[in-house]
Design a protein around this ligand. Structure first.
Ligand code: HEC
Length: 446
């Protein structure tokens, strides 16, 4: 009996060792890295080390295991309980298990014949742009220090209303461009009115608690339309092809608009670096059936007390037109802790569009719906968020400060961009006239 038991244990141990050593880099791990990691972990991209070869990957085996087991990598912040996203980056449980097993088995290389073909990464445009608009001259990012968000107002060459089907932002120098957003500033907008065309501009700081307003009395930050952006690892933005393959909707650049490049530069710590960022557009040959609008939802009226580890933020707005929601992008700054975005239908039922339980300022991800969510007229959209203004938040620039709305990272926001497919003649204002909770729309403070 005892022999039998020993035999059994020995056999099981042997089996376990067998299955373990059966997982190899070439056969099992490299395909996972190609599909999920190399978009960032290759030379010239934002991942700190290339994961292209066995030699390059082997020294990182232990930290790769811990990064995938803790779900720190690939970066993805939406709680999987809510929503289905076209750009979901999470690894399957099976892939996580394979990586763990491989590392535990001593990270064997395996047989060269099992290697998958290397991925051919595109350098250059991912779209075929009809028009390219570039910063008129390079901006030099110093080697060290902190650079405020820098804006470039660039007159767009569009003499008539122009519909864009697709767009891509190409940072000139990825080592210093942390993120870049391109906004449309329609004629008459007061936003960044003191900026000289083509010149770098850092807006003056708004005094605490005060919000700069545009001509319509709305906070200036929400009066322009966000067009598209580049965030690390996203390789530009394709706001049409992935989500609306039949080109039902396009974005409008009204005649005479300016483009505003909002640049977040982070010095690379080594040397001064020049950047010349550009944006490319694919133009619609004819006006589309629908307009794709990026609707801002925000609340500028809040006061976060010093030291508060979990101060709640809230914003809401009501859709005055029926639309289809195609993406959402929660946005907060360094004290941002979590955010849920919810639709509350006229029936009273609610639907959590996205829940980000651990917000990370370093990753401003856009969550694209797998299928458009239909939003009847009268539906309320609600943002519920929390900030951590305590000393325990290691990103907190100053836990002793009282914090208000502001566009600097040491100020705060409770904000989301929400992409909707609307009627061709709709505008930000017809789709959503009242953004409740905005100080512009709520009663004045005593
Ligand atoms: C969207 C870009 C992106 C993708 C995709 C990505 N990484 Fe990363 N990775 C980064 C960046 C940027 C860092 C450094 C900063 C950080 O840690 O957040 C990093 C850091 C790491 C680290 C360093 C250790 C650590 O925990 O800080 C490991 C290990 C890692 N990645 C493994 C992976 C693996 C394995 C995959 C695929 C399963 C992957 N990454 C996918 C961008 C990415």
């Amino acid at each position: 009996m005892r022999h039998l038991l020993f035999g059994l244990i020995a056999a099981m141990t042997a089996m376990a060792a067998d299955t373990k050593s059966a997982v190899t880099f070439n056969k099992d791990i490299l395909p996972i890295l190609e599909k999920n990691c190399q978009s960032c972990h290759r030379p010239g991209e934002i991942g700190p080390m290339p994961l292209l070869t066995y030699e390059g990957t082997r020294p990182w085996a232990k930290s790769i295991k811990s990064a995938v087991v803790t779900r720190k990598m690939p970066p993805w912040f939406a709680d999987p309980q809510y929503g289905h996203f076209a750009n979901d980056r999470r690894l399957s449980d099976a892939d996580v298990a394979k990586i763990s097993e491989w590392v535990d088995a001593g990270a064997p290389e395996g047989d060269a014949k099992d290697k998958p073909a290397p991925v051919q990464w595109t350098e250059g445009w991912n779209i075929k742009p009809d028009v390219v608009i570039e910063m008129p001259k390079a901006y030099t990012v110093p080697a060290t220090g902190v650079i405020e968000y820098t804006y470039f107002v660039i007159p767009a060459p569009f003499k008539q209303d122009t519909w864009v089907l697709d767009g891509e932002v190409r940072p000139g120098n990825r080592s210093v461009v942390h993120h870049a957003s391109v906004h449309v500033r329609p004629p008459g907008s007061q936003w960044l009115k003191d900026a000289k065309p083509g010149e770098p501009y850092v807006p003056p700081k708004t005094p605490p608690g005060e919000v700069a307003k545009d001509a319509q009395g709305r906070p200036v930050d929400v009066s322009n339309e966000w067009l598209l952006g580049y965030v690390p690892g996203v390789h530009g933005e394709y706001f049409d092809v992935h989500h609306d393959p039949v080109h039902r909707a396009a974005k409008l650049i009204p005649a005479g608009s300016d483009l505003v490049f909002e640049m977040h530069y982070t010095p690379n710590g080594k040397a001064a670096a020049a950047d010349l960022t550009k944006v490319g557009f694919v133009l619609a040959k004819q006006p589309p059936e629908h307009r794709l609008l990026t609707v801002p939802v925000a609340n500028t009226d809040f006061t976060i007390p010093p030291g508060d580890p979990n101060y709640p933020g809230h914003a809401e707005a009501v859709f005055d037109k029926p639309v289809e929601l195609v993406y959402s992008q929660p946005h907060m700054h360094l004290r941002g802790k979590d955010m849920d975005i919810r639709l509350v239908y006229p029936t009273g039922e609610s639907n959590t569009v996205v829940s980000v339980p651990h917000f990370d300022f370093g990753w401003q991800l856009v969550y694209y719906e797998d299928k458009p969510i239909s939003v009847p007229k009268g539906t309320r959209i609600e943002l519920s968020a929390h900030w951590d203004n305590s000393a325990n938040n290691r990103y907190n620039p100053d836990p002793t400060a009282t914090i208000h709305w502001g566009d600097q990272t040491f100020d705060e926001m409770v904000f989301a961009w929400v992409g909707v497919i609307a009627d061709r003649n709709d505008t930000l204002d017809t789709v959503m006239a009242v953004r409740r909770g905005n100080s512009a729309n709520s009663s004045p403070k005593p």
